[in-house]
Design a protein around this ligand. Sequence first.
Ligand code: AR6
Length: 173
Amino acid sequence: MAFYIVSEDITQMEVDAVVNAANSSLAGGGGVDGAIHRAAGPELDKACAEFGGCPTGDAVITWGFQMDAIYIIHTVGPIWNGGGNGEEGLLRSCYRKSMELAETHGCRSVAFPLISGGVYGYPKEAAVDIAVEELTAAGAKNERRDIYLTLTDREAFGIAKNKYAQYLEETGA
Ligand code: AR6
């Protein structure tokens, strides 16, 4: 399986698809969403507007426009609200729906940010655990696909490295 944890700016990744941590209006915003919209240029705003929004836990796909990536997959993570409001299921769904779109569009390489791990306030360790679990499971299904988890946050990067080392030890992968 090809799963990589990297500390790069996701907008600079040379991959078939970059995943965006969007909001339900798909109108752009701060964080990784703002960075992706700036890198892709104004055509991305128009393409996103055509969807008329996206529910939490779901994903849509657009071209990458001025980015190196061919596609941008926009997924809407849950806003952390104590954990008893379906947050975990919705966050797992973001990773799964994004991977489904990557597969149906023939993407061989996909880069993810830590969805809900910024302003949406998901506790960092839990957000990282879910990302590593979902992406290693997706990677195990298709040996030839490269999946990247990009973590610009040093703390999250360290947590993810430990979690992945634990996964490798448990599975003998
Ligand atoms: N490359 C990789 N990761 C990044 C980058 C980057 N260029 N920039 C930030 N991160 P956030 P959310 C990391 O807040 O919590 C937006 O306004 C960041 O360190 O971008 O899902 C949307 O419009 C953090 O670990 O996304 C929504 O309203 C992670 O990306 C809302 O924020 C996610 O942080 C979504 O919030």
